[in-house]
Design a protein around this ligand. Sequence first.
Ligand code: APR
Ligand code: PHB
Length: 393
Amino acid sequence: MKTQVAIIGGGPAGMLLSEILHRAGIHSVVLEQRSREYVLSRIRAGVLEQGTVDVLRANGLGERMDREGHAHDGMKIVWAGRDSFFIDVNKHLGKRFMAYGQTNIQEDLFAAADRRNAAVLTEAEDVQPMDVTTDRPYVTFRYRGEAMRMDCDFIAGCDGFHGVSRKAIPANVLREFEKVYPFGWLGILSKTPPLPDIVYANHPRGFALASMRNPTLSRYYIQVPLDTKIEDWSDDRFWSELKMRYPRELADAIVTGPSIEKSIAPLRSFVAEPMRHGRLFLAGDAAHIVPPTGAKGLNLAVSDVFYLSRALAAFYGQGTTALLDNYSDMALRRVWSSVRTSWYLTNLLHRFPGASDFDQRAQEYELEYLKSSHHAQAALAEQYAGLPFEEAA
Ligand code: APR
Ligand code: PHB
């Protein structure tokens, strides 16, 4: 088998890259280890930066998002039971962000792939990038029990944090930066009408977040200790704890109901440098992980794919390699900006076990400053909305 770009991983990064490359006349094959049903079963992010919305619309993936998604001007922050304050992203930046679930995006990507009869091989096993530092790289894998080889010009490692691509970069080349947070998020999905706004809460009992997927589907999270067991959390216990972490008028507005999904996610920050090794290019979670606090994970996958697809189009279209050579540095500038924002918001909004009285006071006065300063709110709004993509020049 031969293709121009072999894409390892059929999540948002891999499938979006496949779609954009196709539109640029570049052939790719997606090798996904799981079934389509499994990929679609994962409940993930739900907030899209303006840049992500623009990329999806520009590639024919915006129709359902614009119909079912919910555009927001900003988000609310409450702490210690006080009145909430609103970070008005639209006022500060003239940008909005869209509440639209990653699962919906994945469905839209699979549907677009089906419409073009794309080469997406699911349940591909033992995928291995080979000879990535030569100009004739290839990928080996097993498909329907048969050993296969895919010759290609480039390999895109879109296989997430637990994938194989990052491991193809030698230890003496790869630099990894990691920060593990001493808590996790217990999240539920419920067929209930959400609050009108996304509301972050910093409470002595811990962080809480109210979000949504659509007008009849709510997404809520509470900070929990790392050793939390999901079986210890009935729906009633979750709703009761969530309401305790919001001021009365917001707590009373939360509509409860049976959870249709409940899971615990650990929080970590991780960045692998460089995001390129020879003909192998990493994109998305394969190269970086952010705590969900800033809703940056999916948006970073999209910005990596935007830069990588632009670079590959320049190579195949004009024979230039400058954008490929700049890919890692350019992608990492945006990655580290989002990693820092996610780290800042995680420190601002969570209760850290063992935090000193000083740490607690400093956190409270950071929130006071954010509530009272137009400049501080504009700075956060700029980062939350997502920085503009860098020009190709
Ligand atoms: N071979 C083939 N496919 C693999 C392999 C492998 N060895 N390892 C992992 N995969 C697949 C996974 O099954 C998954 O479908 O790669 C895909 C990676 O998708 P994601 O983990 O969703 O990562 P990405 O596409 O970068 O999207 C990032 O997803 O995890 C969330 O919070 C994250 O919203 C962010 C987004
Ligand atoms: C979500 O809707 O899943 C969500 C929203 C905002 C965040 C994180 C997650 O910061």
